[in-house]
Write a protein that binds this ligand. Sequence first.
Ligand code: B12
Length: 217
Amino acid sequence: MASKEEIIAKAKASITEFDEDMAAEAANESLAAGVDPVEIIEHGYTAGMLYVGEQFEQGTLFLPHVLAAAEAMKAGVDVLTPEMEKRKSQTTKLGTVVIGTIEGDIHSIGKDIVASMLNIAGFEVVDLGRDVPIKTFVEKAKELKPDIVASSALMTTTMVNQIQIEEQLKEAGVRDKVKTMVGGAPVTQDWADKIGANIYGESATDAVTKVKAALKR
Ligand code: B12
């Protein structure tokens, strides 16, 4: 049976080689070997996607490659999801998180991972999808009274819209009733501090740790 390191390497290679079948195969091998799906996602697929992103930035790979890499990542994560669901914390609900990719931005892979890891950790997650209008975040905050309103932004041009979430929650009179969380590749702790967001999460595991700490549950 393949070792954990070999499976992680295969998961990473499946993304950099845009190979959906290989991605699913690595996922199945990891399940058979009893490797934590989170490790495959973070150190395998995500690491591969980071590499593809760098190559895209340098102009050695192009948009169709990025799309193919994203498809491969989805193929792998789809195989792992049922197992992650099974491992879902059976404790009482820890809290509710409303999450979405910010208005103007269609990047959803990172947001999806954060949403599923929060869900597995025992939070009720309401995923609003991608390119979510600011007003929808605010409406859902009023309607569902979640503990956390979380937004993902993958572009410098769309992260500015996270300011609007802060502003419009204030205008609606609900800013003090929820905690806001921001994340996505260009987002930093500095940015979160600057716009007045309560939590910055660098990765999905970081998000889970910080949400738990913020809600002290
Ligand atoms: C995959 C990808 C795509 C895919 C997206 C597929 C999908 N369904 O999501 C496709 C091909 C569709 C795409 C399209 C575009 N893309 Co693109 N894309 C990427 C790429 C290569 C990887 C992003 C990714 O999925 N990473 C893997 C995931 C797992 O990582 P992640 O998203 O960072 O998420 C992790 C953390 O950030 C964090 N996190 C994420 N969200 C959240 C939220 C919360 C609340 C928290 C706490 C944490 C958190 O946790 C995650 C897991 O650890 C990046 C490169 C990069 N460096 O990011 C470019 C990139 C983001 N894209 C870019 C661009 C320009 C575009 C396009 C405009 C291209 C075009 N010319 O059409 C369009 C966007 C159109 C739009 N309106 O949104 C630019 C953005 C530049 C900028 N302005 O800042 C980048 C940086 C590439 C580049 N350097 O040019 N893209």
